[in-house]
Design a protein around this ligand. Sequence first.
Ligand code: IYR
Length: 230
Amino acid sequence: MFAKDALSYSAIPLPDRSEMTDDEMQAAALAFYDRMRTRHTVRDYIDRPVPRQVIEDCIRTAGVAPSGANHQPWHFAAVSAPELKARIRAEAEEEEKRFYAGGAGDEWIKALEPIGTNAVKEHLTVAPWLIVVFAQRWGEFDDGTRYKNYYVPESVNIATGFLLAALHHAGLCTLTHTPNPMKFLNEALGRPASEKPTMIIAVGHPAPDATVPAVAKIKKPLDQIASFFD
Ligand code: IYR
């Protein structure tokens, strides 16, 4: 990604300046909230294809997220090939079987009860795309020498949030899925040991009879998630 000698400081004028009145800001903030509050984690998909271009543009959005030292320590592997999705599903379900058979521990299983999940992960083969997010623990200069990355989980998680918002904005449903451990994804997708898979995002259109857990609509009110000191 980086050539060592290209790394020096220079500044350019702020390229994309937003000029909004307070009223416009208020309207924009509320409109975005109204849009984002309609995002739900969906487990039931139909096999309606999604054009690759849409996925590419959503990943481009993830790629403009801020990151530690602008190292952009992420990789997104987008999978629509049915054999590969089937392999990922089989390996993920192996992990999940162990998880639900006791690996998780009683408290965790109890916490998941209102969500209604189990070890069967049909979405991994039915959804037209799986986007596997990888965090790059270290990077390589063009000459092959290594550099350290900083704030890797923070950076990758911000980018993942951008990605989920972009996919929702494009009219798609998503499910964040984290089988544990996820090492098998490096092998399945040919990613190097420097990268740690952080999650699988299933992407697609909801089944006509798709449901969400009722508890998913219960969101903490503002006064429970924020404090103001003005
Ligand atoms: N990875 C498991 C378990 C799971 C864990 C949490 I925390 C969830 O919010 C949902 C599921 C699974 O995908 O079933």
